[in-house]
Ligand binder design. Structure first.
Ligand code: ADP
Ligand code: MG
Length: 704
């Protein structure tokens, strides 16, 4: 590919646009822009996806079927092989020890143009036996003819990620290798360090130019590991810096209220509680009280497994605000949950003299107007509702505390909206999703975190059983027997986004089948996310009132609904649920005096699915379960729970790099503590890097 030399420059800097960088030019720079590469620095951060060295290469003669391997050799021949079914493409590779066949059944047209006879290539894949050893659809890289010699001198060869579009302009793995070779061997440049000197020194990270050279052309494996360690840290450091800035910007918001005492309500509610608080509840209430007393607003996440008793914590904190003549609001994600909270909070709060009100969409206008007036005058002290509470034209007399329950159903917390309304209340977010520490450090990294890590002693236990389809009749018999003695049952069907339509269909059909064929003598009802909210509420109400025996649902009941009389939960196609999801679902039963029985119906049994369900069976500790979920399914599930844009990690792995993450967090938060706006001249690079690379994740309150 010929490149125009006209604009190209010899003075390379981090922010030099790629068009002006040697070997790029306008055409390539356009394509690179699509891959997010706009500057010389972006280009340098296009890291190899893996490396070849002698120790990772297997001689063809030593390949064993069933293993993963990488070979390096010359292309001996290229053929389209015609068969009775479908033609396939075949490449024969030879090295000093033997020959190997590589075949492609798909994309033969494209792949024929990739290889040339006599070229050096690296192939990676699973060794299969089919009348001889072969790779099917291997991962391939074209090498230079000199690379063989390079490998023999124990050098390490970088292999780069690429796209079809990049390949068209010559930027396949080999193309990138040639470019970088030129930058590192032929040109003279240095880019500025973006990590603080003292961190590099004390934590012994490579300086940026050494790390760049070693990540592209490592001298040794040790050097490579050193370079990777630096860039992982760098990525995590900026992520944590972003969070530290967000947290700091919230911490700067001064409250216009003061607490000198906890007031009288706290004590009177506490004394009337029908149980003793757990140690964890006391500890958490103390943490929240410290925040409330502070001059700046609270931004705290309260994590507690299902049943850990978050509601009473919220009530006791609200009672402090109310005892000081302020108002408190509790927001729930659905009307059902808001009503449930309302009933519970009223039961405990009213005897202490607190006026509790409910504000939801479905209220009559006259009733609503009355409540709105009470909120405005301050007569209503504890207001429970949906997010209509802050979004609509609700005027509080003096709102001091907002409690948000089950945050993940809300999506983004509209703190800026609250501020714009002129309210600077303390915010407590409660979630029952047990988020592993590593994840919460990131997902909720801008908040202070309290954990309810102790469950109240319960009267009932939850017994979990895994069954297959053959055992279902027995389970149905058991359910009939229990219903006759007055219990209620949940039957839950999976519904995942990718197959939502089919899943919904399956749930509806399941419901009809159950009503007609299995439980004709009982009262069944169906509830799912596609129903109107009034209809949903109606069904839930009937289930709560006991006029429905079996509630068939998709996962809509997952969050918070409390019916102490429901003792059985049957989960269909349990293998399709996330572990955390099953754990939360089963937290709905055994809430009363009796034991709960959770039956997991495993329809498609695989080794992994069985192992996963075994974990659910083995522990009732939500944190353990979510750690396992994280290991088995990756962090995607957890990202989904907080819908704000979140920088993607390119090189760091939040699961693997926990130690680096902790270091990065400590250093980033320390930095912001010492120089809250990164104004010191020695941090100007960091500041600039943060602003140019993370602007999308900041908003007006985060301004540096
Ligand atoms: P969650 O954290 O899932 O929201 P809840 O607040 O709904 O849990 O509490 C679950 C049940 O446990 C409620 O019935 C509540 O009254 C009860 N509970 C809360 N704290 C305690 C305690 N310390 N001892 C006994 N029961 C408690
Ligand atoms: Mg709750």
């Amino acid at each position: 590919m010929k490149q125009s030399p006209v604009f190209q420059t010899n003075s390379l800097q981090a922010n030099t646009p790629v068009t002006y960088v040697k070997g790029i030019g306008p055409k390539r720079s356009e394509v690179l822009a699509h891959a997010g590469i706009n500057t010389f620095s972006d280009l340098l951060y296009h890291f190899p996806r893996r490396y070849l060295d002698r120790s990772t290469i297997t001689p063809i003669a030593k390949l064993r079927p069933g293993t993963e391997a990488t070979i390096v050799g010359k292309v001996l021949s290229l053929n389209i092989v015609k068969t009775r079914k479908r033609p396939y493409f075949q490449v024969l590779i030879t090295d000093d020890s033997g020959q190997l066949r590589c075949v492609w059944f798909n994309g033969a047209k494209y792949i024929q143009n990739v290889f040339n006879v006599g070229e050096m290539v690296a192939m990676s894949g699973k060794v299969e036996y089919y009348g001889g050893l072969q790779f099917v659809h291997p991962d391939y890289d074209i090498l230079e003819s000199s690379d063989y010699a390079t490998l023999n001198t124990a050098r390490i060869i970088p292999l780069y990620p690429s796209t079809a579009e990049l390949k068209k302009v010559g930027l396949d793995s080999r193309g990138f290798r040639r470019l970088f070779h030129r930058y590192f061997e032929k040109l003279n440049w240095q880019i500025d360090e973006i990590l603080p000197r003292e961190i590099l020194d004390t934590l012994k990270f490579y300086e940026i130019n050494r790390a760049l050279r070693q990540i592209h052309f490592p001298d040794t494996i040790e050097e490579l590991n050193g370079a990777i360690r630096r860039f992982k840290f760098e990525e995590l450091f900026f992520l944590q810096l972003l969070l530290a800035v967000k947290r700091r910007s919230i911490k700067e918001i001064k409250k216009n209220l003061r607490y000198d005492t906890t007031g009288t309500h706290l004590k009177s509610i506490y004394e009337k509680l029908p149980f003793e608080l757990t140690g964890a509840q006391k500890k958490v209430i103390h943490e929240i009280w410290e925040d409330m007393k502070s001059e700046t607003v609270m931004n705290r996440l309260l994590q507690g497994d299902v049943g850990s008793g978050k509601t009473v914590v919220a009530l006791l904190c609200a009672s402090i605000a109310i005892g000081n003549k302020y108002q408190a609001a509790v927001m729930a994600p659905t009307e059902i949950l808001a009503e449930q909270h309302y009933r519970n909070l009223k039961k405990l709060g009213e005897p202490a003299g607190i006026t509790v009100r409910l504000l939801i969409g479905g209220q009559k206008k006259s009733e609503r107007d009355l409540i709105l007036a009470e909120i405005e005058s301050g007569t209503a002290e504890l207001i429970v509702g949906t997010h209509a509470l802050i979004q609509e034209t609700v005027t509080f007399q003096n709102l001091a505390l907002v409690v948000i329950d089950e945050q993940h159903r809300f999506g983004v917390l509209q703190r800026s909206q609250l501020i714009e309304k002129g309210l600077n209340p303390d915010v407590l977010v409660m979630t029952a999703t047990p988020i592993p520490r590593t994840m919460s450090m990131t997902l909720y990294g801008d908040m202070d975190v309290s954990v309810l890590d102790e469950l109240p002693a319960r009267k009932g236990r939850i017994i979990t059983r895994i069954v297959n389809v053959d055992q279902l009749d027995k389970v149905y018999d058991y359910i009939r027997k229990q219903i006759k003695s007055g219990d209620q049952t949940y039957i839950v069907y999976p519904l995942i986004e990718e197959s939502a339509k089919m899943d919904l269909q399956a749930a509806i059909q399941g419901f009809e089948y159950l009503q007609k064929r299995v439980f004709p003598d009982f009262r069944l009802a169906l509830v799912h996310g596609g129903m109107k909210s009034a209809d949903k509420d109606d069904v839930m109400q009937r289930f709560s009132a006991g006029t429905v025996d079996i509630l068939v649902s998709t996962t809509v009941i997952e969050v918070g609904v409390d019916n102490p009389n429901a003792t059985i939960m049957l989960i269909e196609n349990a293998e399709r649920f996330g572990l955390t999801q099953i754990h939360q679902l089963r937290g709905r039963i055994g809430r009363g005096e009796k034991n709960g029985v959770c039956v997991l119906v495993e329809r498609k049994r695989t080794e992994t699915s069985h192992k996963r369900l075994g974990i659910i069976n083995g522990t009732t500790n939500g944190f353990e379960i979510s750690e396992e979920d994280l290991k088995l399914r990756g962090p995607g599930e957890f990202y989904g729970t907080r819908q704000h844009g979140f920088p993607k990690m390119k090189i760091a792995d939040l699961l693997v790099d926990r130690e680096l993450l902790k270091l990065a967090r400590r250093e980033a938060f320390m930095l912001i503590k010492n120089d809250s706006h990164l104004r010191r001249p020695e941090y100007s690079n960091i500041r600039e890097h943060l602003i140019t690379h993370y602007a999308d994740y900041m908003n007006f309150v985060d301004v540096l």
